[in-house]
Design a binder for this molecule. Structure first.
Ligand code: AMP
Length: 420
């Protein structure tokens, strides 16, 4: 038996209906906020990611699916979407015009991480990106959009955590101070953090080691070193979140796993998913477009982890209501022919209808209808064909009514009562 590659999973029905629901809701919210869809290749030149995400991040150091194509060019399955959005923005000259360019994209990402619950090697994200806006209102709008998606999905058990990572004016001085402090702690830090403390000092805040965390409680944070402009930006974002009653928590130790963020950084976390507690993350990435050879355009974005969102929603409710199904039980070849015709006609009217092709007993077909969660079963045998009418059984109540086989409207009306 050939099995799926480790860390990659099939998404099967009925779970797929939840995915569709999430994506439909997200698309509706994006449309309300003026975000348009952008679809991007899954494969990009490797340097796009090493130059944007940062050479000394976990993703680039050890998690990328990188290989040489048949021409010897190094290509990588995208580990995240922002770099690709920026590449497309530059390549297609999408910077024309003064308005903020707002895009969303939905699709798979690939990271060679150690698979565990909530962490896969192929996973899916819903990304929102706003390019070309410096104003804190752009950050606020993006976060409000993100939280609207969760609210419309009825997700309650989540918390928004925000921080400011400073800017090229105030961050370098802080990083120098942090590096010096970490150097003094030296040997007490774990091996990873000793390395990070010179290559990428902010990342030490992400360390899971208790000893490092303890040391870090004594270390000043970026929040204490923000310049006036960063403070004002941050305050305005928070003010707007407050105005629309989006609760948030400040975490001055929140850093993101990618190098390109500045100013606003945020995560949406939950206590219901165990170790993998982040459902979404994002932030501002002002320098990235220029860094990748484009114009000096500021930007901000977020990524929702779809697997984790699906897991959270499945914990919260019973499952999604599917459109009510009419199941036609057919007894004999003539009934099969008529049943096929009826089902096909109903489907073309937008009704979910189905039948069994196995020439099975009525009992077996009713069991099948039950398994499929049918709202109604229409029972069709030779007798019914002669009479031109058949019993329509409501599977929830057991009640039966006789309907004319030519009166499709009556059948549709019965289903409508179930919410077609
Ligand atoms: P990041 O780009 O690392 O900030 O990730 C954004 C979101 O994607 C996270 O908050 C997670 O919900 C999700 N995510 C990241 N990595 C994985 C993974 N390996 N498996 C499943 N979801 C992931």
């Amino acid at each position: 038996m050939i099995k799926a590659v480790r860390g990659m999973k099939d998404i099967l029905p009925p779970e797929t209906s939840r995915w569709q629901h999430i994506e439909t809701v997200a698309r509706q919210v994006f449309a309300c906020y003026g975000f348009q869809e952008i679809r991007l290749p899954l494969l990009e030149r490797t340097e796009l990611f090493s130059r944007s995400i940062g050479a000394s991040t976990d993703i680039v150091e050890k998690e990328m699916y990188t290989f040489l194509d048949r021409h010897g060019e190094s290509v990588t399955l995208r580990p995240e979407a922002t770099a690709s959005v920026v590449r497309a923005f530059i390549e297609n000259r999408l910077d024309q015009g003064a308005e903020v360019k707002k895009y969303f994209t939905i699709g798979p990402m690939f990271r060679y991480e150690r698979p565990q619950k909530g962490r896969y090697r192929q996973f899916h994200q819903i990304n929102g990106e706003a390019l070309g806006g410096e104003a804190p209102e752009v950050d606020a709008e993006l976060i409000l959009l993100l939280m609207d998606i969760f609210a419309r999905l009825g997700l309650t058990e989540i918390a928004l955590v925000i921080n400011s990572l400073g800017c090229p004016l105030c961050r370098p001085a802080y990083l120098l101070e942090l590096t010096a402090l970490l150097a003094r702690k030296g040997r007490d830090l774990c091996e990873d953090c000793q390395r990070r403390s010179t290559s990428n000092p902010l990342r030490v805040f992400d360390c899971k080691s208790k000893v490092c965390q303890e040391i870090l409680t004594q270390v000043p944070t970026m929040a204490d070193h923000l310049c006036d402009a960063c403070v004002q930006h941050d305050e305005r974002v928070r003010e707007l979140l407050g105005r629309y009653e989006v609760p948030y928590r400040s975490n001055p130790r929140l850093v993101r796993g990618l190098d390109y963020y500045n100013r606003t950084a945020f995560e949406v976390v939950t206590t219901h998913l165990g170790a993998q507690d982040a459902v979404a993350g994002g932030g501002r990435y002002n320098g990235l477009i220029k860094e990748l050879g484009g114009p000096d355009v500021p930007a901000v974005g977020f990524a929702i982890g779809e697997e984790r969102l699906v897991a959270l929603l499945s914990q919260q409710d019973e499952g999604l209501a599917l459109p009510p199904l009419l199941y036609v039980a057919v007894l004999g070849a003539a009934a099969m022919d008529q049943g096929f015709d009826l089902v096909q006609t109903l489907r073309r009217r937008g009704v979910a209808a189905d039948l069994d092709f196995g020439q099975r007993s009525l009992k077996a077909q009713l069991t099948m209808a039950n398994r499929r969660g049918a709202a109604f079963v229409l029972i069709l045998g030779d007798q019914e064909l002669t009479a031109g009418e058949a019993p329509l059984k409501d599977m929830a109540t057991g009640a039966q009514q006789v309907v004319s086989l030519t009166d499709l409207a009556a059948i549709c009306a019965a289903l409508q009562g179930k919410g077609v």
